[in-house]
Ligand binder design. Structure first.
Ligand code: PXP
Length: 261
């Protein structure tokens, strides 16, 4: 199991004051020294956290692979930066975080053309997709090297079942009305979807990653799926680092996901 540490939320802190503190490049080195295998950053169209200046420094100096999440709108910048891998994600300006996977079917021609452009620049390509066979199949037919399965719904169901989320203003609305029994069924069904999509992707020769909403409570469940080779985790690690320090937070997550099987 490989751990990709998403450091966007360190860049959020930096963007809060625009004085270069904390230095996101330092986060790259601390993550690498604490058993992270990859750095993940999301170059958003509005540059609300990672900006071009930091993206350039990270790609040029990171001792571990850089996986850059991007929407179609930021492809030209990614082609210039040439990270190890680009993960195509859908992006809406008004969203707080990436909601849902890429619509590979609706935008197939565009996805395929974008994959070709990235691969011509020797950038490996992953697609952030919902865990279903149709999306996996299209990812492979479009020429992707890898997929990342969106675990957002899994994480929301988990939080509704085992946390207090359903009783807060942050509840995922479609889950609020469900009974505990129904939530349990939903969780089993979602894990099964993730497992089936991962297995199918491996059968098609794709590398398989997963991520979104994973934390110190729920990540073990996804990390124990043997077809999944990589997890990209950000918010929970940076949140924990407020209390424990970033080095300890990365190390703890790394140990957790690597010992899950
Ligand atoms: N993977 C992808 C493709 C994402 O868009 C994100 C969020 O930026 C993550 C992983 C990390 O999600 P989280 O911050 O919830 O751990």
């Amino acid at each position: 199991m490989r751990l990709g540490v998403n450091i966007d939320h360190i860049a959020v802190l930096k963007a809060a004051r625009k004085i270069g503190d904390p230095d996101v490049l330092q986060a790259v080195f601390v993550a690498a020294q604490n058993d992270a295998d990859q750095i993940t950053i999301h170059l958003r169209e509005d540059r609300r956290h990672i900006d071009d200046y930091d993206a350039k420094r990270i790609v040029a100096n990171s001792p571990i692979a850089v996986n850059m999440e991007c929407a179609f709108e930021t492809i030209d910048a990614v082609l210039k930066l040439r990270p190890f891998r680009a993960t195509l994600v859908p992006e809406k300006r008004e969203e707080v975080t990436t909601e849902g996977g890429l619509d590979v079917e609706g935008g197939f021609a565009r996805v395929k053309r974008t994959i070709e452009r990235l691969k011509e620049a020797e950038i490996a390509v992953s697609l952030f997709i919902e865990p279903n066979k149709a999306a996996v199949d299209l990812a492979q037919r479009g020429g992707a090297d890898a997929i990342e399965l969106h675990t957002g719904r899994f994480s929301n169901i988990w939080a509704a079942l085992y946390g207090n989320l359903a009783r807060t203003p942050y509840a995922a609305n479609d889950l609020v009305a469900l009974s505990v029994e129904d939530l349990q069924k939903e969780l089993v069904a979602e894990i099964s979807k993730i497992k089936k999509a991962a297995l199918f992707a491996r059968e098609l020769g794709l590398q398989v990653a997963a991520g979104h909403g994973l934390n110190y409570h729920n990540a073990r469940e996804i990390a124990s799926i043997k077809e999944i080779e990589e997890l990209n985790i950000g918010q929970s690690i940076v949140a924990r680092s407020v209390w424990t320090g970033f080095a300890a937070a990365v190390r703890e997550m790394s140990e957790l996901v690597k010992n899950a099987r």
